[in-house]
Design a protein around this ligand. Structure first.
Ligand code: SAM
Length: 401
């Protein structure tokens, strides 16, 4: 059999598994294409708005990118990848595993029958598998998500889906922390949607956490504490005040969702200063760096990219968060940036997840040079987080209290 015929045989198995609902996962490895930071690709089946698609997660060194494609497009992507870029692929179905190994022009397929595997859930049945299974809860009613009858209100379905999604993302991160009852500090907690849902879910898993929401609007703090008491959530509390005034010492995780502008930097700073094992922030409004870019002198070649206000805004977002990710790395955190909810819900949908890995950060000189180069390129004199860290000498002594 020729190489092409073997690739087609492998693709036929993928296509059949996709069409019969038996596809569990597909992994592509041994990448040797032109993208230097691409490591591997995971592929699964999803159903989005009633359309069955292949969902590709491209794992890069420091980030993941997800692309969804309908079947013909996806098979073409896989065909091209298997021909020239990936040396190996593993297909797992409910009935068999099929491995693909390419060595030069030679392709080897190995099939192993398996028993007792169940089909993967798709959007059709995902509702049943949401983390928050019971909706008749005081906090869901107080937050306006459930009605008096304890079912999710029609106009709150999206919000309910979003908080479930957040629990899906945050729960494993929290569960990965080595502490019996991790102390989580949510900076700029607002009404505490995530805090209530996460607390409820973790307690239900027998893996309780202590959660503190820091919020500068006293009325939200008062309401949050009343609802926590009504729910019997003794380990959940809200405290009034600003992020910078809060003593985060002893926090295992510091999170901040859509804390405005530099409040995100305050949260990251507090997390680094506390030596938190996990720092996770979803930034919003990147005004500080936008102002710097407007006032500064960017590299001439970037002028054309920054000419239109809307693109300047997006560049400011990317530059702000790129620098945040680098500063986290410099402080000893393994850092990833990815989209955590669909941009159909909110354009502020990037999540920076930083996990302390005990090392002083990868190659400090390289990171410092990357920070300096990025700032120079965009005409930035100072990044607020960098200034905070410098003023506290945190970049020299990462994690010290
Ligand atoms: C956009 S809301 C997000 C609320 C919540 N994290 C969520 O995602 O639902 C931002 C919240 O952060 C609070 N906030 C902003 N800056 C803050 C600061 N420096 N200290 C404390 N709270 C702050 C605001 O009062 C507001 O309630």
């Amino acid at each position: 059999m020729t190489t092409s015929e073997r690739i087609e045989e492998f693709l036929l198995a993928v296509k059949t598994a996709f069409n019969t609902g038996t596809l569990l996962r597909l992994k592509l490895g041994g990448y040797h294409g032109s993208e230097p930071e691409l490591k591997s690709v995971d592929v699964k089946k999803i159903v989005a708005k009633g359309v069955e698609k292949f969902s590709f997660t491209f794992h890069y060194k420091t980030r993941d990118i997800i692309k969804n494609q309908i079947q013909p497009e996806a098979l073409a992507t896989l065909r091209a990848g298997l021909k020239a870029e990936f040396r190996s692929a593993q297909l797992a179905t409910t009935e068999f595993d099929l491995s693909f190994e390419r060595n030069g022009d030679k392709v080897r397929l190995k099939r192993t029958e398996v028993e007792g595997r169940e089909a993967a859930p798709t959007e059709h049945n995902r509702a049943k598998n949401r983390p928050l299974t019971q909706t008749d809860k005081p906090y869901l009613k107080a937050l306006g998500i459930a009605g008096k009858d304890g079912t999710v209100r029609n106009d709150a379905q999206d919000k309910f889906r979003q908080i479930n999604k957040m629990v899906e993302i945050f729960a494993p991160l929290i569960q990965g922390i080595k502490a019996d009852a991790p102390r989580i500090v949510d900076m700029g907690a607002g009404k505490g949607y995530l805090d209530f849902a996460l607390y409820d879910f973790l307690a239900g898993q027998g893996r309780p956490a202590e959660i503190v929401g820091v919020e500068m609007r006293p009325k939200l703090v008062e309401d949050g504490n009343a609802t926590a008491a009504e729910s019997g959530f003794t380990g959940l509390s809200f405290v009034p005040g600003t992020i910078m005034d809060y003593n985060a010492g002893g926090a295992d995780a510091v999170i901040a969702l859509h804390a405005c502008d530099t409040a995100t930097d305050d949260a990251i700073y507090k997390g680094i200063k506390a030596g938190a094992a996990l720092i996770a922030v979803a930034p919003c409004c990147h005004k500080q760096i936008r102002r710097e870019m407007e006032a500064g002198q960017a590299d001439d070649r970037l002028g054309v990219l920054l000419r239109h206000g809307t693109f300047l805004e997006r560049q400011a977002e990317m530059v702000t968060d790129t620098l945040r990710a680098l500063l986290l790395e410099l402080s000893g955190y393994r850092t990833k940036v990815f989209e955590f909810v669909s941009d159909a819900h909110t354009p502020k949908n990037n999540l920076i997840v930083a996990e302390k890995d005990g090392r002083a950060g990868r190659d400090r000189d390289t990171i410092l040079r990357q920070i300096a180069d990025t700032k120079a390129m965009f005409g930035i004199r100072q990044h607020y987080l960098e200034t905070l860290l410098h003023s506290d000498a945190q970049t020299q002594q990462p994690g010290s209290p």
